[in-house]
Design a protein around this ligand. Sequence first.
Ligand code: MN
Ligand code: MN
Length: 457
Amino acid sequence: MKETYSRTKSVWQRMNKTEQKAVMTYGEAYKNFLDVARTERLATEEIIRQAEAKGFRPVYSKKTLKAGDKVYWNQKGKSVILAVIGKEPVHNGIKIVGSHIDSPRLDLKANPIHEQGGAVYARTHYYGGVKKYQWACIPLALIGLIFTKDGKKVDIQLGMKEDDPIFYISDLLPHMAQDQMKKSLAEGITGEQLQALVGLHAKDGETPCEAIMKLLKDTYGIEEEDFATAELELVPAMKSRDVGFDRSMIASYGQDDRACSFANLHAILNAKPGVKTQAALLTDKEEIGSYGNTGMESSYFVKFVMKLLALQKTPGLLEFYETMENSEMLSADVNACYDPMFPEVSEKDNASLMGFGVNLTKYGGSRGKAGSNDANAEFLQKVRHIFNAAGVCWQIGELGKVDQGGGGTIAFMMANWGAEVVDCGASMISMHAPYDLISKADVYETYLAYKAFFESK
Ligand code: MN
Ligand code: MN
């Protein structure tokens, strides 16, 4: 029997050759997802594409629901729920794995384009928790949509292809940064300085701004006013890459939380249909507090569950709450692992270790667990048993030292409706950086964990 819990032997050391090969194969599929699903909208498209290929159909195309039926809901192109109907009625409870598909990035402001010193810039407002200085001097891709005055939708995706141009935020050269270098990391580059260079050339008698706007008009048919109603995101343009001589890790943009989201998707597509209904929730807006009608604080998940109940002829709000009381959820989000370069922020014996498996986080929150879901021992015990029985390598880890770290996930919202919830996901290094790092073995074990949970009773 495989040792599933260890703080001395890494997952790789506990694996046989076949398992090690599966880790590397999974890594390739995962990297591909990272490069395709670069924004919440692109992630939604890719998730639905993969789900439809495996037989998932829109829930509103169904007149009834029977065991084994595969349905999905697309929430405004930015969030998705996939469900596989169980042998037991939905009312008996759902096995939910809930992850998020939005990641920290730089959004263009409503009036972004302007000229300074003869160059054209796009102003941004950052989305989610970023260390602003990390976003300078890296290649940025512009992805999103913009509507013309007559209502034509223009999809923009520029910077991910090899020969695309990219966008660029400048930083000072060290020779002239004496004053800047004395500032704190938080102040070295300010929010208003996060402006991307978007153009320089102009014809004689034309300003650079006019030249760029003319180029945009000719290429996309868009005008300056159209930016006011657009949704355009600057995201790191670096493709995901293997890290290390042994290719044991992956560096990429957006692994919080495409690490858990891809594991979630892969798990529901490959899990055996269960006794209970299985649901993979892949939501937007987690990074800014789960607000908005594509975030978890909105009602789309409630409506989806109530639709399943209605299709099984047990409609009603009481039935929804009863279903949630009967439900169990892994709140699938990444955690931070112990970083030997910054040991002072973690308490090593209670931090997850890179390469030691999927992480169970009993509580998040900060300053005395404030804002935490704080999972129940009964449910933790059940999850532990599922993982051990399925040979899933797992570990425990909190987010930083007692008075140092802390953070939230979507766990508490599901718990509000009565479901048993625990945070469970891969742990990573440099979370929220433009290019973050994760262990291949950890993301693979995360997939195995979600699959085992879906298949459990
Ligand atoms: Mn995050
Ligand atoms: Mn996250």
